[in-house]
Write a new protein. Structure first.
Length: 125
């Protein structure tokens, strides 16, 4: 069986604080978040279709992520939007669940809080 995957990266700016954290993150601060969204599944083999040979058109994926994620989180204070403490892990889980409602093809969401640190949610089915 061949496993097809595509991945696209997005960015947004947001602030948060982790009030119970023992380190610097207890203070109000911001991040330039990078989000990688991976889709997996079968490619469309319908001849002549706009998305022939694709899992999903990258433009369609971009529209979904813009509407469902970027418009919601960009330039916001995450503590005001997330019931749980807004860690990278919680944010990755939220984004995964939000996007999964739009397409079951979402297989992984990776959220970079810094250039060298990320949290990831992966569908293990």
């Amino acid at each position: 069986m061949i496993d097809f995957r595509i991945c696209k990266e997005f960015t947004f700016e947001a602030s948060h604080q982790l009030p119970n954290h023992k380190g610097k993150c207890k203070n109000l601060h911001g991040h330039s978040y990078r989000v990688q969204v991976e889709l997996s599944g079968e490619i469309n083999l319908i001849e002549g279709a706009s998305d022939e040979g694709m899992i999903m058109d990258f433009g369609d994926l971009s529209n979904i992520v813009k509407t469902e994620v970027l418009d919601r989180f960009d330039h916001h204070h995450l503590n005001d939007l997330i019931v749980n403490v807004p860690t990278a892990e919680i944010l990755a889980m939220m984004i995964f669940k939000i996007l999964r409602r739009r397409t079951s093809k979402v297989s992984r969401v990776r959220v970079y809080e810094t250039a060298a640190a990320y949290a990831e949610v992966v569908d293990v089915e």
